[in-house]
Design a protein around this ligand. Structure first.
Ligand SMILES: Nc1ncnc2c1ncn2[C@@H]1O[C@H](COP(=O)(O)OP(=O)(O)OP(=O)(O)O)[C@@H](O)[C@H]1O
Length: 599
């Protein structure tokens, strides 16, 4: 046998499932640790997409349970519209099967690989089938499936199907078991937190190996779901045009108006004129050369950009601020949503926010939160166009030090929303370096940088004024004592005076033995609202007396108390245990509130 014949005997087609089984890193399954995050991300993305389409407020439950030493069961459950039973095996048991690939609109999922890749990974590492429960409404029973993927032909294998009782009216629950570790727990919690920030309408509850997390929704408004649009003539490629033309029996002019976004009578006439084709030619009769001429003409006619307001769903400035404030309690936060732009015929919108202070780490470089179509990007920060654009901004001119990325207690959030986010790979970790996108990111960050600079300048000025006022206040008690000695009168209460000198509401805190005393002066006639966090880190909730004016707003990890005190009122807090927990008071409006006697 000669070599060609020998090789010929070895040629055979490769199923897509076999390919991805071998190349799982391409889909974000490069290690068991990462596998957990990718699986949860894919399932949660699907849940959010499904709820958005059904216009329901997402209520998502995520759990990771240890089954054996290194085997974990991952559960994601949603209250979405559910999946009709005959589709379930394909959604979870066939790669490249999905509802979004052919639609031009913003969505988290794009490729139809995500969740089936997780099923594939599970069967590869443990051989345990995926369990899916889904219900489409109160009139339909819930169906439970046990599924695997036949890798040799990329078809689903149903091991069991049954109708079951399920307390959810509608929704989907997927359970996948695989070999892994919880080494990336922090990253996972971050992923859930960031998901909550950019999906303020979602409620996400999680149980990670027994530890509970609850990310409440910051907004009760459902998102108006983006609608699919027709392709834009500037974003079309030859193959797609050919397929569209072959599948249409319309005449050329109608084909253009009907099949493409933003093409009306005038643009259609212009395109046809430039292409030198006849307007009444049947589109399925066009030759390859005709189509090439048509494509060329399409690119050279000015056509309005695609209707971004229909097919994109930016988060919005207020919602971003709400989300960030809820999770990070920043001293300064501003956000901007830019107008839509286009790259290669695909509409996109860039939104960004800058946060400063609060709970952010003051050491090291800024925290960069990258998002694409409302999905947090967790890996490959260095390879992402968002990171490059952040480094391209001259942060020094906005009052921050910089080594590539800016330094200090700064958080930079960037969200790229598009009908076609250009990722660097199928694992959807990083946005590719598209000049139009990078430019928009730089512009929005420069806008926000200017606002940050104004805040930092004002803060520095008010700090100086405050220091002077504090110096005056510190000698006031002595002066009051001396003067009263001289005039032989009782020592007056100088706190109103302090308030006037500081021109602020003064909340005083003193510590005694195991005690914290909070005092609000009378500079204002209104109650003073502020938050206290981390109260008594080691002495538990019981250590806090809870008068009427105190409300607990944090969870057990984030001890946060909302306090509203009348002017000239005291509040003495005693600890049961040792008073080692740090207490700090953060003003709701830091320009109106000053804290004295910090410890
Ligand atoms: N929880 C769910 N509720 C309703 N439909 C779902 C759910 N999960 C998946 N689907 C449907 O299954 C399809 C396939 O999901 P899959 O995760 O494989 O791909 P995708 O989300 O479309 O794209 P990507 O590969 O980019 O994640 C989705 O397009 C959606 O129609």
């Amino acid at each position: 046998m000669d070599l060609a014949e020998e090789l010929a005997s070895k040629q055979r087609s490769i199923s897509v499932a076999e390919f991805f089984e071998k190349n799982k890193h391409l889909l974000g399954f490069d290690s068991p640790t990462r596998g957990v995050i990718t699986t949860i991300k894919e399932a949660v993305d699907n849940s959010l997409d499904a709820c958005e389409e059904a216009e329901v407020l997402p209520d998502i439950y995520v759990a990771i349970k240890r089954v054996e030493k290194d085997v974990y069961r991952i559960i994601v459950e949603d209250n979405g519209p559910g999946i009709v039973p005959k589709q379930v095996p394909f959604v979870f048991g066939k790669l490249l099967y999905g509802s979004r690939f052919h639609q031009i609109k913003q969505s988290r999922g794009q490729q139809g690989i995500g969740i089936s890749a997780a099923v594939l990974y599970a069967q590869l590492t443990t051989g345990v089938p995926a369990v899916v429960i889904s219900r489409t409404g109160h009139n339909s029973p819930a169906h439970r499936f046990e599924l695997m993927i036949k890798t040799e032909d990329n078809e689903p294998q149903i091991l069991k199907e049954e109708e079951i009782e399920w307390d959810r009216m509608h929704g989907t629950r997927v359970e996948i078991e695989f070999k892994s570790t919880l080494a990336a727990k922090k990253r996972l919690v971050d992923y859930l937190r960031y998901t909550a920030v950019v999906n303020p309408h979602a409620r996400v509850r999680a149980d990670i190996d027994g530890e509970k997390f609850n990310f409440e929704r910051a907004s009760d408004e459902t998102i108006v779901p983006p609608k699919a649009i027709a392709p834009h003539p500037h974003g079309i490629e030859f193959g797609t045009l050919k397929r569209m033309a072959e599948g249409s029996s319309l005449k050329l002019k109608e084909f253009l108006i009907d099949g493409f976004s933003r093409v009306g009578e005038k643009s259609a006439d212009e395109i046809i004129g430039l292409s030198k084709l006849k307007a009444d030619r049947k589109s399925d009769k066009l030759s390859s050369d005709d189509l090439k001429a048509l494509l060329e003409a399409m690119q050279n006619v000015q056509i309005p950009p695609p209707p971004a307001s229909v097919c994109l769903s930016p988060i919005g400035e207020d919602k971003i601020v709400q989300g960030l404030d809820k999770e990070f309690e920043l001293d300064f936060v501003r956000s901007r949503t830019r107008k839509s732009q286009v790259f290669s015929g695909h509409p996109f919108i860039v939104e960004a926010a800058i946060g400063y202070g609060g709970k952010l780490d003051s050491e090291g470089s800024a925290q960069i939160l990258r998002f694409a179509n409302r999905v947090p990007l967790l890996y490959q920060q260095g390879a992402c166009a968002i990171t490059n654009a952040v480094s391209d901004v001259n942060w020094k001119s906005y009052g921050l030090s910089q080594q590539g990325l800016p330094n200090g207690p700064v958080m930079i959030l960037v969200h790229v929303a598009s009908t076609n986010v250009p990722f660097t790979s199928e694992s959807k970790d990083a946005v590719a370096a598209i000049p139009e996108i990078e430019k928009e990111i730089v512009l929005v960050l420069q806008e926000l940088g200017r606002e940050l600079k104004t805040f930092l300048n004002r803060r520095d000025k008010s700090r100086q004024a405050e220091e002077r006022a504090r110096a005056v206040c510190s000698i006031l008690p002595d002066i009051a004592e001396k003067v009263s000695e001289i005039v032989k009168k009782p020592v007056p209460d100088i706190t109103p005076l302090e308030g006037q000198i500081m021109r602020k509401v003064v909340v005083k805190k003193r510590t005694g033995n195991g005690k914290v005393e909070i005092f609000v002066n009378n500079y204002t006639k209104n109650p003073v609202e502020f938050t206290i966090y981390n109260m008594s880190a080691d002495s538990g909730d019981d250590a806090m007396p809870k008068p009427d004016f105190v409300d607990k707003i944090g969870d057990e990890y984030n001890k946060l108390w909302k306090v509203s005190m009348e002017p000239e009122s005291y509040w003495e807090v005693s600890y049961k245990g040792s008073a080692q927990g740090s207490v700090s008071i953060r003003g709701v409006d830091e320009n109106k509130l000053v804290v004295v006697d910090l410890f």
